[in-house]
Design a protein around this ligand. Structure first.
Ligand SMILES: [Fe+2]
Ligand SMILES: [Fe+2]
Length: 492
């Protein structure tokens, strides 16, 4: 949670502890009572006011004394900051009610900022209590409602992936993947428009979206990687930035980066090309070679990105490492590339990750000025030609393993005559060449909406593999739209 940390660890006397526990229990009681009354009464009703006012003052006093105020549902218990709320026979119904509300909205924690106003708290309680009437189905809808009500001093975090995934069907997970992907694009567009007008950027929203991407990757990594096949070459920077974020997060997970650090990696990737805002669209999309002046503008985007991020007023929800990534993501492992650096200091680890994901997405995307793109395997082999010079050797190897010999989204011909799309790579090293494939033609090349087959599957009698990849195919030549396949999987 990104609240200001408690400055010093206070040692409470027994008496103080008792008072604190009592105040926290009081918050719990007022919070549930406010929700219940808001389900029945209008916000200006006296019964509601009688609950919300004391709740507001209690939260304020706790913020003043403890520096943070977070109500959290963890391991089937409720906590306020780190203090467990005691539940007894009398409070059990309240506890059940509140836990039910948290689970339904997929919320793990609610945090209050010191600038919280009574009006904001009222609006929040009303949205929370009336979510069913307002048809807010999940966490993302709830966040959207909070934003539209201008609630910026309360933030919520999503229930941890394990609790959540056990309640979602594979189809629901795919739908959520698509939703998060599209929401991230819309949010980045908004960020860029705000940045152009020098307006405040809502980093809390960015953090929540990155958190959702991380959750979705932990549910269905292959599908989330599949989403990076979606390329909108006219809005290149938007799609590209989200694709780089997804690739970097999948990559970071493989590298064993911790969850809290993954959030920082995602934020860094999300903003890596923010400096491109200053490059005119005619230069970004120019067909043909850039002249010296245009090339200079292009090469300046890492410096512009760094400047933009440094000048942001509110860096409290922003990782400092994102500044390095914005500045260093075009610097090569041997320190060539751009911008030119005087000192050959070690590049930030996140910059090395972003560099690989950045190039991979760029060369697998068709551009306005280039009417072809490289397939994923072509891209990897091109990148390996510059291993050591441009890319960190060890990292590139891990990345290539993640993408797989036949990456998700590759169109493949099978020895049976069938054609299919790779939808999931096989995690076992010995089966790297045997991913899961969605069949799109039968063995006579008639188009079908076929099943998903596992190429590691053997025929029971002969002991031979049932299907094997013989070749990769160019989707354009076969008139197959890979992104459409992934989008279709996530609708309905
Ligand atoms: Fe860039
Ligand atoms: Fe980029």
């Amino acid at each position: 949670m990104s609240q200001p940390e408690q400055k010093t660890k206070v040692q409470y006397t027994k008496e103080e502890k008792k008072t604190l526990s009592k105040t926290i229990e009081e918050v719990f009681i007022r919070f549930t009572s406010s929700l219940k009354t808001a389900q029945i009464f209008e916000p200006n009703n006296i019964a509601f006011q009688q609950q919300i006012k004391p709740l507001f003052f209690l939260i304020q006093s706790l913020l003043k004394n403890l520096g943070k105020a977070i109500l959290q549902f963890r391991g089937n218990a409720l906590f306020f900051n780190t203090i467990r709320i005691r539940i007894d026979f009398h409070s059990y119904q309240r506890f059940k009610f509140l836990v039910g509300e948290f689970k339904e909205k997929e919320i793990e924690a609610i945090g209050f900022d010191p600038d919280l106003t009574a009006e904001e708290l009222t609006r929040f309680i009303v949205i929370f209590a009336q979510s069913k009437q307002k048809k807010l189905k999940d966490f993302e809808d709830f966040i959207g409602a909070m934003e539209s009500q201008g609630i910026s001093n309360i933030f919520i975090e999503k229930l941890n992936p394990y609790d959540l995934s056990t309640r979602m069907t594979p189809e629901e997970i795919k739908r959520s993947c698509k939703k998060v992907f599209l929401k991230s694009i819309v949010h980045l567009q908004e960020v860029m428009e705000r940045e152009k007008k020098h307006e405040k950027i809502h980093f809390k929203t960015t953090r929540r979206l990155i958190q959702s991407i991380i959750n979705m990757i932990s549910f269905d990594e292959s599908f989330m990687l599949g989403m990076t096949n979606i390329k909108n070459f006219e809005e290149y920077t938007l799609n590209h930035s989200i694709n780089v974020t997804i690739l970097a997060l999948c990559f970071g997970r493989r590298l064993g980066i911790e969850k809290s650090e993954l959030l920082e990696l995602g934020m860094s990737a999300f903003f890596h090309d923010i400096g491109k805002l200053d490059v005119p669209i005619e230069v970004l999309n120019k067909k043909g070679k850039l002249d010296d002046e245009e090339w200079k503008l292009m090469q300046n985007h890492p410096i512009d990105g760094l400047t933009k991020l440094v000048l942001l007023q509110d860096l409290s929800y922003f990782p400092v490492r994102a500044l390095s990534v914005a500045y260093e993501h075009h610097i090569w492992a041997d320190h060539s590339g751009y911008p030119k650096t005087w000192k050959k200091k070690e590049l930030n680890f996140f910059s090395k990750i972003a560099k690989i994901c950045d190039v991979f997405d760029a060369i697998t995307t068709k551009r306005v000025y280039r009417d072809f793109s490289f397939t994923r395997e072509q891209a990897l082999s091109m990148m390996f030609e510059k291993v050591g010079e441009e890319y960190d050797p060890l990292l590139l190897k891990v990345f290539a393993n993640m993408i797989g010999q036949f990456p998700v989204g590759t169109l493949v011909a099978l020895n049976t005559g069938e054609v299919g799309i790779v939808v999931e790579t096989n995690p076992e090293e010995v089966y790297l060449l045997r991913p899961k494939v969605k069949l799109i033609t039968d063995n006579e090349k008639n188009k079908i909406d076929g099943e998903i087959v596992d190429l590691a599957e053997k025929d029971a009698e002969s002991g031979q593999f049932k299907r094997t990849i013989v070749n990769t195919l160019n989707p354009e030549k076969y008139d197959v739209n890979i992104p459409d396949y992934f989008l279709a999987q996530a609708t309905g």
